[in-house]
Ligand binder design. Structure first.
Ligand code: BGC
Length: 586
């Protein structure tokens, strides 16, 4: 089988390919990396203000080194009014004062590099903060000015322009347009914001915009950044003329409604920036061959990997997340499908895969898989990562999340972890309403809980000192989001001392992955025939089986007798797999 023949579930292979069929080639480090996402605000607070910061991250680098990750991805740490916690950038060339400054950033990059950990940042191209000097200038200037042309300013419709220019809705609730007051005090034009009103959309047809981002990327590459996660790429580019959209289904949740607008998603008009960025990184890498800089793009497209592929084809992004795994319920069918779709579409085009099970926008996997509705497709809408409210069994969820992690870490390509996943942290579901800060919660009047529950500050120590070691002793302020009662039991300190902990499993799996899989190419992957309820595949020298059912199942014979890893501590039998468990055989 060659890479250009899509692999289907029927075309399974039970033996690994030989070296002559698929010779190993040197690949850039990021293609098979384990990357750890740091939610900067919640990782570690060095100065006691209750907010995570860069010095805090620096003080915990040894923890990340011991975990074995290749790189960290920092969520946006640029100056920001924090209306969407950093995804509203007010200055692309500096560090948020709550997090540090450029000197602390340089120290972090240098110390991380000394430990073999690379630093990736987050770039937000679709919008900036309404506090960005450009937007402030646009408010101060006249309609038709150069400053307004960097955004989507339009006259309103109806009498006196009192109605928005079209019927688009914002992702986090309400209309996607807000009206400004002109400098002379009269009711003015409207501007487009697909997320919150504090995040005006940038107009990528404008050269100023494109040039600013060229400068920004180069600025951070020159400071030692080795790549960027690119935010919300699928909404860059809008249908020319900004026509009305057909209304969303009446029962669609607020955060799902904008998904139904075809004029703001996956637009062909939105691809020019990525071609430009690729030329920029190619030139940068050519000039610095020891530092192959790259992009990994965020583009959610459940069940439609063909749309994701458009962001890779023809020299655009280097990688795009395969989110179908993260969106899957705990069923063998959905996991099998998620892997199949990504492998067929992406790997068949020689594109490296990027897997993830958790991030700062999704309910934590331990909670997702522990829900009553986790295995019931009839009770799942495919995109309700943050909204299910069915009862949770955390023990069961943890067991399944462990198995899912072992599955992901055995897949070909890169794996992105989200901080705290390696501790088995669960979603904090009972944050009091007055403490919640996610704009989704605020804009929906609490109808949707939003994402605060997965962003709670990390527990580092077992002792309840007010922050479980997140802030230093005697901190002036409590953690910016309250931690759940008993969070210390899930702390890094508790986990490090426990050979059966989730942390111990992740450390072992990452080390074993590096040793056995190294830079295994996608071509060495093949599904193994398994009974319903089980997923099996081979990647290079390792055969992996996951039992998605509650009852134990026999492992198909002939795929290895040595148990390399299991998600269930103490299980050593290569012929049988207990329920909700994963195993690696060699
Ligand atoms: C980020 C979110 C953010 C949104 C707007 C996303 O996809 O991951 O956290 O709220 O983009 O920037």
């Amino acid at each position: 089988m060659t890479l250009t023949e899509p692999m289907t579930p029927e075309m399974t292979r039970t033996e690994p390919p030989t070296q002559t069929e698929h010779p190993r080639v040197a690949v850039p480090w990021w293609q098979s990396a384990v990357v750890y996402q740091i939610y900067a605000r919640s990782f570690a607070d060095s100065n006691g203000d209750g907010i995570g910061d860069l010095e805090g991250i620096r003080s915990r680098l040894h923890y990340l080194h011991d975990l074995g990750v290749d790189a960290v991805w920092l969520t946006p740490c640029y100056p920001s009014p924090q209306r969407d916690h950093g995804y509203d950038v007010a200055d692309y060339f500096a560090i948020e004062p709550d997090y540090g400054d450029l000197e602390s950033f340089d120290r972090l990059v240098s110390d991380a590099r000394a430990l073999g950990i690379r630093v990736l940042m987050d770039v937000v191209p679709n919008h900036c903060s309404s506090q960005h000097p450009w937007f402030q200038q646009a408010l101060a200037d006249r309609p038709g000015s150069r400053a307004r042309a960097r955004f989507y300013f339009r006259d309103g419709k109806g009498e006196n322009g009192n109605e928005p220019p079209n019927n688009w809705l914002a992702w986090f609730g309400g209309p996607a347009w807000s009206r400004i007051v002109e400098p002379d005090g009269s009711p003015g034009q409207w501007y487009l914001h697909l997320f919150t009103p504090w995040q005006p959309d940038l107009n990528w047809d404008n050269d100023d915009v494109a040039e600013q981002f060229d400068d920004m990327l180069t600025f951070w590459f020159d400071r030692g950044v080795e790549g960027f996660r690119v935010d919300a790429v699928s909404v860059v580019g809008k249908t020319p003329g900004l026509p009305d959209t057909p209304p969303p289904p009446p029962d669609a949740r607020v955060t799902d409604r904008a998904l139904h607008n075809p004029h703001v998603q996956f637009r062909p008009e939105g691809h020019a920036p990525w071609l430009r960025w690729r030329r920029l990184t190619d030139a940068y890498t050519a000039a610095h061959p020891d530092r192959p800089v790259f992009f990994v793009a965020e583009a959610y497209s459940p069940g439609r990997p063909d749309r994701v592929l458009e962001y890779l084809r023809g020299d655009k992004f280097h990688q795009v997340f395969s989110f179908d795994l993260l969106l899957a319920q705990w069923t063998s069918e959905q996991f099998h499908q998620a892997i199949t779709d990504s492998i067929n579409e992406l790997a068949s085009q020689h594109v490296p895969l990027v897997w993830t099970l958790n991030n700062h926008d999704a309910q934590r996997s331990v909670t997702r898989y522990g829900r009553d509705d986790a295995t019931d497709p009839a009770r799942f809408s495919g995109n309700n990562l943050i909204n299910s409210d069915s009862p949770v069994d955390l023990g069961l969820g943890t067991r399944r999340a462990r198995a899912a992690a072992l599955l992901m870490l055995a897949l070909p390509g890169a794996a992105y972890l989200y901080q705290g996943e390696e501790l088995g942290l669960h979603e904090h579901l009972t944050i009091p309403p007055e403490a919640r800060q996610d704009p989704i919660f605020i804009a929906t009047d609490g109808d949707e809980l939003g994402r605060d529950g997965c962003r709670v500050p990390m527990p580092w120590t077992t002792t309840d000192d007010g922050s479980y070691g997140f802030s230093p002793p005697g901190a002036a302020s409590p953690p910016w989001l309250p931690q759940p009662h008993g969070w210390g039991a899930s702390s890094a300190e508790a986990a490090a001392a426990d050979p059966g902990s989730v942390l111990t499993m992740y450390r072992g799996a990452i080390a074993t992955r590096r040793e056995l899989l190294g830079a295994v190419a996608a071509a060495e992957f093949g599904f193994i025939d398994t009974p319903p309820g089980m997923v099996g595949f081979r990647n290079g020298p390792v055969a992996v089986f996951v039992n998605f059912m509650a009852e134990a199942m026999a492992i198909p014979a002939g795929h290895g007798t040595r148990v390399v890893l299991t998600s269930l501590g103490g299980h050593t039998d290569a012929s049988v797999l207990p329920g909700d468990t994963a195993i690696w055989l060699a």
